[in-house]
Design a protein around this ligand. Structure first.
Ligand SMILES: NC(=O)c1ccc[n+]([C@@H]2O[C@H](COP(=O)([O-])OP(=O)(O)OC[C@H]3O[C@@H](n4cnc5c(N)ncnc54)[C@H](OP(=O)(O)O)[C@@H]3O)[C@@H](O)[C@H]2O)c1
Length: 429
């Protein structure tokens, strides 16, 4: 074993970074044996240097992250600051000064992954980011390496623990959205400002990263259709139950049937209770992958938290250190397929639509005609009348999102349709 240590600069020492430092220290001997050389924490960049940080020698702490990555003797930079800047500049500077990078930063990777991969390649360095998607769950490496010989057709995932916790609460207790969110906040599952989670921004960043890797195609954050879950109601869960389904916020990356294009989207959807993703409870994450040869695979586990996320970071750190000792680099960006990323209108799926309508003869026929005119075929219809008003629940066969949008627009113009109470896609069948 080499005795000269590999030097690691830790950028950020918060929820994830503090656990990375702890595991680096407590597992030092095992990590050294697995890598073939010891690793040394050479510096820790933070914003508030006076904060007490257990197990971190005060002399290692700095507020000058740029100077740390520019030192020239750093082998690996671990970026766990988060956000776009200064993380992006620090990573680029790290490559320029000879270091490889491990990051947990989904927002940055989704936005600037291509440029960062290019910078890593230009300097012959590694960029690894297993922790950026679904925390501890091995997903990036299985897609990038284990499935490199297969053809992935679909990735369907619960990749945000906060929203899964909220939806699971609504499902199991009958709570409304706000009540479930309040509980998630009180228990520390939701941040004070939950927008990034509940509006699907976090999941969309992960969908962009997953789609890019799965389909060997650059998928930008803007390419990902995004719908949050704040409008999901207890009534939606009741409807889902009637259909033998539950509701999950899903990230869905799909290859079109003709194989020439892909789509990526995040939205709440009904999935059958028999689907493995339906049984993912609480704040857990799970990703279901469908490929030509392997068939169906499911990856499941804690998608966040300091120690679980640090586990993924440490795995990357070991891999990058091994590459470094071998004078090699791991896989970089693979975007050779360059498939077209199609808009949401091209997505084909089933829909569950609840309409408030006038309770009088002919309404059902009128509504059915609108569906037919837009080429959307109806699977089932349920009607419930009360005091001159009625609710109509229509479940369609597979249709394009564009056809469905056209249908809904036309339905809204009917005098007899008082309102469109909810539209929910039905997935995983
Ligand atoms: N938390 C999770 O469960 C989880 C899961 C998966 C991925 N991630 C990703 O991991 C990354 C870190 O998340 P986290 O939850 O650990 O965040 P965090 O607890 O807020 O920690 C951020 C750390 O970065 C430091 N920092 C902030 N701005 C800085 C700057 N300009 N220069 C130097 N240091 C700076 C902070 O310093 P102070 O300590 O002085 O404030 C803090 O130590 C993010 O990209 C996040 O998306 C987190």
């Amino acid at each position: 074993m080499r005795t000269r240590p590999l030097k690691v600069a830790l950028l950020g020492c918060g929820v994830v970074g503090s656990e990375v430092a702890r595991i680096m220290t407590t597992h030092a001997a095992d990590l050294a044996a697995r890598i073939g050389a010891p690793i040394e924490l050479a510096g820790v960049a933070v914003r508030r240097p006076s904060k007490v940080r257990e197990g971190i020698p005060a002399e290692l702490v700095t507020t000058d992250a740029t100077a740390l990555v520019k030192r020239g003797d750093i082998d690996v930079v671990v970026e766990v600051i988060g956000g776009i800047e200064p993380a992006r500049s620090l990573i680029t500077t790290a490559f320029e000064h000879g270091a490889s990078v491990v990051s947990a930063n989904k927002a940055l990777l989704a936005q600037d992954g291509a440029a960062l991969h290019a910078a890593a390649g230009e300097h012959g360095r590694d960029l690894y980011y297993e922790a950026a998607v679904a925390g501890a769950i091995p997903l990036i490496r299985p897609l990038r390496e284990s499935l490199a010989g297969d053809k992935v057709n679909r990735v369907l995932g619960i990749v945000n623990g906060t929203t899964n916790f909220i939806l699971d609460k609504m499902d199991t207790t009958g709570a409304g959205y706000q009540e479930a969110l309040d509980e998630a906040t009180a228990l520390g599952y939701a941040e004070a400002d939950p927008t990034a989670d509940v509006e699907g921004f976090d999941a969309a960043a992960k969908a962009a990263i997953l789609a890019g890797i799965a389909f060997h195609t650059r998928v930008r954050l803007d390419d990902v259709y995004r719908e949050g879950m704040t409008e999901v109601t207890a009534a939606d869960f009741a409807s889902a139950k009637n259909m033998g389904c539950t509701i999950k916020l899903l990230a869905i990356c799909e290859r079109a049937a003709d194989g020439a294009s892909v789509t990526a989207r995040v939205h709440p959807a009904m999935i059958p209770l028999t689907h493995p993703l339906a049984s993912v409870r609480g704040a857990y994450n799970a990703v279901f992958v469908e490929s030509d040869a392997a068939g169906q695979l499911m990856f499941y586990g804690p998608g966040a938290g300091g120690a679980p996320t640090a586990s993924a970071v440490l795995g990357d750190l070991v891999a990058v250190c091994r590459n470094r000792l071998n004078g090699a680099t791991g896989p970089g960006e693979s975007a050779y397929a360059a498939l077209t990323v199609s808009p949401m209108g091209d997505v084909v799926t089933r829909y569950h639509i609840s309409l408030d309508v006038a309770d009088k003869p002919g309404v059902l026929a009128q509504v059915a005609t609108v569906f037919a005119e837009h080429g959307v075929s109806i699977d089932t219809v349920r009607q419930k009348g009360k005091d001159g008003e009625a609710s109509l629940v229509v479940v369609t066969h597979r249709a394009s999102d564009a056809s469905l949008s056209g249908t809904v627009e036309a339905l809204r113009k009917l005098d007899t349709v008082r309102g469109v109470a909810s539209i929910m896609r039905v997935e995983g069948e």
